[in-house]
Design a protein around this ligand. Structure first.
Ligand code: KIV
Length: 266
């Protein structure tokens, strides 16, 4: 029987310089396929608001919906590390975040909760971590802030914002974050963050040097509603089945073939 993947498994992999694959899932059937293909961590992303619910942003997603999808995913995979997104404003205060995260774990079966933001959420990360709730940070492009940002674009391009991102990453780690997602940042910046942190860094549109890569599953399968992000790749085009496409993604992430030059943001 396959042994369960834990945060210490992923930390040890980082130490050995061994990359691991992460993917989103929202239901039991796909989560079972991901586990069989060797995906190390599954993220129940609030991207579910876009790819499952058809909204134009992740903002409308609720904690009850995330718990429901987390529970579905847990049914399909028992040995893969399960990370769930904290939906928009479910972490508006440290106390609310504690209550929301506890529900994701108790009712959904999440093992790690993911929160977007830097210095502003450090107290929340510390509180959750002190109370035994593993946290995954999320820096770079923050989709929950889309109404402030105006568009989904690369972050950390100028010196000041790159410096701030590195500081935020270090702050999150010292507050107890166990993992960090870096979304849509130049490859050199992601490399620097990955080297400075001891916790595993999971990139999406963040170059080839992160410890792991994550994609929205439906981008990998080429069924994204609307335009597919340029940093993603349709793995189903050259595969004979969905299972083969997912297995190829895992293989390419582990070998460092994905992301290739055409998916990398300079
Ligand atoms: O919601 C999501 O799927 C995510 C990934 C894009 C990292 O946060």
């Amino acid at each position: 029987m396959m042994s369960a993947i834990t945060l210490s498994t992923l930390r040890a992999m980082k130490k050995r310089g061994e990359k691991f694959a992460t993917l989103t899932a929202y239901d039991a059937s796909f989560s079972s396929a991901l586990e069989s293909a060797g995906v190390a961590a599954i993220l129940v992303g609030d991207s579910l608001g876009m790819v499952i619910q058809g909204n134009s942003t992740t903002v409308p997603v609720t904690i009850d919906e995330t718990i429901y999808h987390t529970r579905c995913v847990r049914q399909g995979s028992r040995n893969t590390l399960l990370i769930s997104d904290m939906p928009f404003m479910s972490d508006a205060t440290p106390e609310l975040a504690l209550a929301s995260a506890a529900r994701l774990m108790k009712e959904g079966g999440a093992q790690v909760v993911k929160l977007e933001g830097g210095a502003v959420i450090v107290d929340t990360v510390r509180l959750l971590s002190e109370r035994g709730i593993p946290v995954c940070g999320h820096l770079g492009l923050l989709p929950q802030s889309i109404n402030k940002l105006g568009s989904y674009r690369v972050q950390g391009r100028d010196k000041a914002s790159a410096k701030r991102l590195i500081e935020d990453a270090l702050l999150l780690e010292s507050a107890g974050a166990e993992l960090l997602v870096l979304e849509c940042v130049p490859a050199m910046l992601a490399k620097e963050v990955t080297e400075q942190l001891t916790i595993p860094v999971i990139g999406i549109g963040a170059g080839a040097d992160c410890d792991s890569q994550v994609l929205v599953l439906y981008d990998l399968l080429g069924i994204t509603p609307g335009k597919r992000p340029s940093f993603s790749k349709n793995f189903l085009i050259d595969a004979e089945s969905i299972e083969a496409a997912i297995a190829e993604y895992v293989k390419q992430v582990k070998s460092g073939e994905f992301p290739a030059a055409e998916q990398i943001i300079a």
